[in-house]
Ligand binder design. Structure first.
Ligand code: ACM
Ligand code: ZN
Length: 749
């Protein structure tokens, strides 16, 4: 009796231990399901029999294709009455959130049920993930009930700035489906190239899909000219209508709807190069916008859209609508005549007129218009859906007006931004969007009422490819950030956890490797957090790394960290100054770039700074305390540590409170020409005892050209023996409208 009891306890213990392992596996599913109950053991059958109930033949075929990828030796049971090892049921009731499913995995069988085909597909994709995560042991036993948070979970790709072929698109669609993404927004036309064959206008792809430059940057800064495919050195490409049909069908099989974008009325230089009569001037390479005063513009757009509609069955057709210049419309006789005849008060209303006519056209074909948030300017078309990119406010406003909105704000969804320290990353357009920030996005703020929230239909990541000339670079920017966005789009906020997700994302890097994806490795550096304690006159530095597992090592003598360097165990306290060089290691190998962090508990900390000229309202850092709070700027100018000055000089006076001896005064500046951030042209440092009469002690001219690449940080400082109460730090910028300077701290040693 006792033996049986003991055996029972042992079995329970083993089972608890095994289900704990399955918990670890369940936590690795991305996006995290709504409800998971783990069990012990694995479904370990590599040639399962698959049965279907109530599934339509076409859906069955699609599911079988995915299942074959998971189980090449699976056997499909054709007889509906016979139950297989994996049993897939389409339930009769259809009134549930599209994409919901239940998945019950036990040692001998897998039961999948959903009320729409999309749910069955997602259940199978979950099995696919569990197969990878099972590390050869099979599918971990668990019961899952899963419901997506949003119906629209999208990824956008700009194929105009650089062209990527259909095979590459299909590869991405496979991976997007693996993460339950269901929309692919294909940005097919823009000023850098027209990428879709239009039978009625073959000149579009003959004359504007090619250019004599490989990289967008050379094209953009080197003349913005197109050429013919047959010209020597022609670069570019386009999709034939046959290729498009093939890609659309491929996506459909994987539960992904492709939304085509045809840009109008702005970002249309390539159209106007081919058909200059559609521009206000009538000449090529002059205007950027289509002329809405010309009826031929509408004829062209409707003809193009008619072919597009034939190719793409999506409910939405994206018509761009962003960043139109509208300048030429103000003086164009045709545009002015149109404004008079239609009673339009300004060029915003003229744009709105164009969008409204296009909406009516799409509507007559049974389609819905979606556009970037500028389509709200001059009045939003009655049934339009707004893609909110400049911030979240436009989407919220549209939702409050009763329109649907898709959230894709730059601050959380622009994957062309740097994802890690710009100094160690390949050149990008600017900005800073690390994985953690994507993950933190909540598309529906808690403050919204139910009705408004309902209209926010989903999220999307945007990938503009100006700085991505290769497929490898595109993948590097998409992955793993899209995993974070997949979870933002699918998982309820209460099921999200950054710590859990980060571990899972690290595990998924290995899966992405297996899929041949060139993913960013989550962290090319160590996170350095400093905390200044004015009472104790010290700075405490803590280190962490988003590479998991990893260990952090550091030096304080300026040398690169090695495996024998100090192991970081607890926060480091700095009373005076430190030059910390740190890196993360995995299995004895350094896996991140050595990173340097210098900080000082300097004489200026806590002293009063007076600004003779204002800092800019968007990059305030710690306002008037910024230069003397001890906090150093990091990799991004938008990290709240760097203070920005726009279209003007910096002129700051620090009062040391009493005459003070010092040997160095210095400040770091950032230069990143993409977003118009430059070093000062020169810096003047002067001192005074009365705060009125200043004596110059140092003049420094910059020696860095303004067309430098990537991100630079440079110190502009004085060294020598001096004594004074007031220190004035003056930095001059070229008086260029919109030019920035960024500075983080004035260090007085
Ligand atoms: C955009 O980024 N111009 C939509
Ligand atoms: Zn015009």
């Amino acid at each position: 009796m006792r033996r049986i009891f003991a055996l029972g306890v042992l079995c329970l213990l083993i089972s608890a231990c095994s289900s704990k392992k399955n918990r670890v596996i369940a936590d690795m599913i991305i996006p995290q399901p709504s409800e998971v109950n783990v069990k012990s053991g694995f479904f370990n059958n590599d040639s399962p029999k698959i049965s279907f109930n109530g599934v339509m033949p076409e859906d069955k075929e699609n599911l079988c294709e995915i299942i074959e990828g998971i189980y090449p030796d699976a056997e499909i049971i054709e007889d509906e009455g016979v139950k297989g090892d994996i049993n897939i049921t389409l339930e009769a009731f259809a009134n549930t959130t599209e994409g919901s499913y239940s998945l019950n995995i036990s040692r001998n069988s897998i039961e999948i049920a959903a009320r729409q085909p999309a749910g069955l597909l997602y259940a199978v994709e979950t099995v696919a993930q569990l197969k990878y995560l099972g590390d050869g042991k099979g599918i971990a036993c668990m019961d899952i009930n899963d419901i997506p948070r949003f119906g629209y979970r999208g990824m956008h790709l700009d194929v105009s700035r650089h062209f990527f072929d259909a095979e590459f698109i299909k590869k991405q669609l496979d991976v997007l489906a693996f993460y339950k993404m269901n929309r692919f927004h294909w940005h097919l036309t823009d000023g850098a190239g027209w990428r879709i064959e239009i039978k009625k206008y073959p000149e579009l792809t003959e004359e504007a899909a090619w250019r004599p430059y490989k990289n967008w940057k050379e094209f953009w800064f080197g003349g913005r000219r197109y050429c013919k495919q047959s010209d020597e050195g022609a670069n570019g490409g386009y999709y034939t209508q046959e290729e498009i049909k093939d890609v659309v069908a491929y996506a459909q099989k994987r539960g992904i709807t492709i939304i085509p974008e045809i840009e109008m009325p702005g970002h249309s230089e390539e159209v106007l190069a081919v058909y200059p009569e559609l521009s206000c001037s009538g000449r090529p390479y002059v205007n950027v916008d289509l002329c809405p005063g010309n009826e031929k513009t509408f004829e062209f757009l409707e003809n193009v859209l008619s072919e597009v509609i034939e190719l793409f069955p999506s409910e939405y057709i994206h018509i761009g609508g962003d960043e139109a210049d509208k300048g030429s419309w103000k003086t164009c006789p045709k545009c002015q005549a149109k404004m008079r005849s239609e009673g339009l008060k300004n060029v915003d209303e003229l744009q709105s007129y164009l969008i409204r006519r296009i909406e009516q056209f799409l509507s007559s074909k049974g389609r819905k218009l979606i556009g970037w948030d500028e389509i709200m300017q001059g009045g939003l078309s009655p049934y339009a859906t707004v893609m909110s990119w400049r911030n979240e406010e436009h989407g919220i406003k549209a939702a409050e007006m009763g329109h649907d909105a898709i959230m894709t704000p730059g601050g959380y969804c622009y994957f062309d931004y740097y994802q890690d320290n710009p100094i160690t990353e390949p050149e990008a357009i600017g900005g800073y969007l690390p994985l953690s920030k994507v993950y933190s996005f909540n598309p529906v703020p808690d403050s919204l009422d139910t009705e408004t929230s309902y209209h926010i239909r989903g999220v999307q990541a945007n990938l503009w490819t100006e700085y991505m000339p290769t497929e490898e670079q595109v993948e590097y920017m998409i992955y793993p950030r899209i995993l974070a966005l997949a979870e933002v789009g699918w998982s309820m906020p209460e099921n999200k956890s950054w710590d859990r997700f980060l571990k899972a994302a690290n595990r998924h890097l290995l899966i992405l490797d297996e899929k041949g994806i060139n993913a960013h490795r989550i962290a090319n550096g160590v996170n350095i957090k400093d905390s200044v304690n004015v009472d104790k006159k010290e700075i405490v530095i803590s280190l962490s790394c988003d590479r998991i597992p990893s260990e952090i090592r550091y030096t304080t003598d300026g040398t690169d960290p090695e495996i024998s360097s100090l192991l970081y165990k607890e926060p480091i306290t700095v009373k005076d100054s430190i030059t910390l060089k740190t890196a993360a290691f995995v299995n004895g190998e350094r896996v991140t770039q050595p990173q340097i962090f210098k900080t000082y508990y300097h004489k200026g900390i806590g002293k009063k700074a007076t600004y003779n000229l204002p800092f800019c309202e968007h990059y305030t850092a710690a306002a008037e305390a910024s230069m003397t709070d001890g906090y150093r700027g990091g990799a991004s100018y938008a990290d709240g540590r760097w203070q920005g000055f726009r279209t003007g000089d910096i002129d700051i006076v620090i009062d040391m409170g009493e005459v003070t001896e010092f040997s160095e005064i210095e400040a770091n500046f950032m230069q990143q020409p993409g977003p118009w951030i430059w070093f000062p042209v020169y810096v003047d440092i002067s001192v005074s005892d009365d705060g009125k009469e200043f004596r110059n002690i140092k003049h420094i001219d910059t020696d860095v050209p303004r067309d430098s690449e990537g991100t630079l940080i440079k110190n502009f400082g004085f060294s020598g023996k001096e004594k004074a109460r007031y220190i004035r730090y003056f930095a001059h910028q070229q008086p260029l409208d919109g030019a920035y300077m960024f500075i983080d701290e004035i260090i007085i040693k």
